[in-house]
Ligand binder design. Structure first.
Ligand code: UD2
Ligand code: MN
Length: 479
């Protein structure tokens, strides 16, 4: 991936690395900068990580810029977060503790904090962060220059096991999403490197991870703060990102601002509200493109998502642009699927009843290189979602980057490769009227077969016959 990008601008801004100095050389006029309220919500967080966040804010933020630190307890029930926390915090300057009287979820908990904030700028942080020296000035400087900018720090990694501050390998990245509305990271595209005037210029990003950012309090309110119909966790970051861009703002990452964050293995709470939250985002901001999401996650279509009338009214009132504009202007790198009727969903075999193409990448960052298998059709989209395109590709385009089914020379197994601009010969399949799936390069057909010495089934290339095991059809749903 990396070496395909021409060296327009090298953005490496690691701790201790070459551009750190450039960041350090930057002078700020502290009298001009806006003040900020740092808002940290928490639910059942561990003592050490929570306190580390608070102390690091106090230690790294210039006194004149830091109005206050507002901690919002989202109705935690762990003992150490009760009187013990209150008395620990009472000793600290500028720190306030607000408690929700019921579980609000991160959106409404953040809004509780925002409504109490006295600073010009709201700076949100997760409750397991460590701010790095010089993190705050670039964020506030940028908002001072451009009030419609929402600015994120680079998110450095704090080791989940050792809690060591690992920093960030390589360049800062920008945020995107895939068509399941899962947030993704990407290298900075060439068009953005061309737009940037220096390696310490802000980097425009289609979306944000969600936890760490600064926004002018006034602008946040003008933009409709958050969707208060969102519960617990998830989806609010994409909703806010779409809204910022579509309604006239910009979303940026400042390469000189670094904050470390612990990505835990498991959250101390259930995240099953994320689906409804994502549906709300799709229903309000994505126009007809929400169908691409529903195709890839049929469960989402059935999910009760409450009332979004007010959010749609907000969109109309602010005269926000449509999602088509967002895709073509802000995120042109994202491939927009065609989803022609009858050519997306489960790719099911006729002879081997109830078996479908299935691809299970070992993790979200390693989409390619593994074999496509057959598995009981489940109709839930996700790993069994494929799209047959007018370019004769069988695309696995739930994930980013997108996979295309391929066959390596002389092999008979189907392997996932990265899709390419012009469809390479080894990725071309012709789905014929009779249901046969013809691989152009090898002139063979895809057949469902039992995998040797096992109970599992796989699609393999074989000489073309009339067998039902060589007939395939797409089905969107189970019923
Ligand atoms: C990421 C974001 C997170 C949020 C989330 C999507 C970063 C570093 N983190 O997940 O901020 O945008 O994506 O929703 O970008 N919390 C509450 N009440 C709850 C649940 C969570 O106050 O009911 C707090 C939690 O204690 C933490 C913050 O909200 O301070 C974010 O939660 P997380 O750290 O579990 O989310 P994370 O980092 O996996
Ligand atoms: Mn977090």
């Amino acid at each position: 991936m990396q070496n395909k990008i021409p060296a327009v601008l090298d953005l490496t801004v690691e701790r201790g690395c070459k551009y750190t100095n450039k960041c350090k050389e930057k002078k700020y006029n502290y009298d001009q900068l806006p003040t900020t309220s740092v808002i940290i919500t928490f639910y059942n967080e561990a003592w050490s990580t929570l306190l580390r966040t608070v102390y690091s804010v106090l230690e790294t933020s210039p006194d004149t810029l830091l109005e206050e630190v507002i901690l919002v307890d989202d109705y935690s029930d762990r003992e150490h977060l009760k009187e013990r926390l209150a008395s620990e915090l009472a000793r600290l300057p500028k720190v306030r503790l607000i408690r929700a009287n019921k579980r609000e979820g991160l959106v409404r908990a953040r809004l509780l904090g925002a409504s109490a904030a006295k600073g010009d700028v709201l700076t949100f942080l997760d409750c397991h962060c460590e701010c790095h020296e010089g993190w705050l000035e670039p964020l506030l400087q940028r908002i001072h220059e451009e009030e419609l900018a929402v600015v994120c720090p680079v998110i450095d990694v704090i080791d989940w096991n050792t809690f060591e501050y690992l920093g960030n390998a390589g360049e800062p990245q920008i945020g995107g999403f895939d068509w399941r509305l899962v947030f993704t990271w990407h290298v900075v595209p060439e068009r953005e490197r061309i737009r940037m005037r220096s390696p310490i210029d802000v980097i425009r990003s289609p979306t944000m991870a969600g936890g760490l950012f600064s926004v002018s309090k006034k602008y946040f309110e003008y933009l409709g703060s958050y969707d208060t119909g969102m519960e617990v966790w998830g989806g609010e970051n994409l909703e806010f990102s779409f809204r910022i861009w579509q309604c006239g703002g910009t979303l940026e990452t400042h390469p000189c601002s670094h904050v470390g964050h612990v990505f835990p293995r498991q959250a101390p709470y259930s995240r099953n509200k994320a689906l409804a939250n994502s549906v709300r985002a799709a229903e309000v901001w994505m126009d007809e493109f929400k169908e691409l999401y529903y195709h890839r996650n049929p469960q989402a279509r059935l999910e009760p998502f409450g009332d979004v009338t007010e959010r749609r009214q907000l969109r109309a009132r602010l005269q926000c642009k449509d999602f088509k504009w967002f895709l073509s202007t802000v995120y042109p790198e994202l491939h927009v699927p065609e989803d022609r009727p009858g050519f997306f969903g489960m790719l099911q075999n006729k002879g081997l009843k109830d078996y479908c193409f299935d691809y299970n990448p070992p993790n979200e960052h390693e989409i390619t290189g593994h074999q496509v298998i057959l598995y009981h059709c489940h109709g839930m989209g996700q790993n069994q979602f494929f799209e047959y395109t007018s370019q004769n590709e069988i695309r696995y385009n739930t994930h980013q980057p997108e996979g295309c089914v391929a066959v390596e020379a002389g092999m008979d197994v189907l392997i996932m490769h990265l899709c390419e601009g012009a469809t390479p010969e080894d990725q071309k399949f012709i789905l014929q009227e009779d249901g046969s799936l013809f691989h152009v390069q090898s002139k063979k057909c895809v057949q469902a077969e039992r995998k040797e010495l096992s109970d599992s089934f796989v699609p393999l290339l074989r000489d073309c016959t009339n067998s039902d095991h060589q007939k395939w059809f797409f089905k969107e749903h189970m019923v």
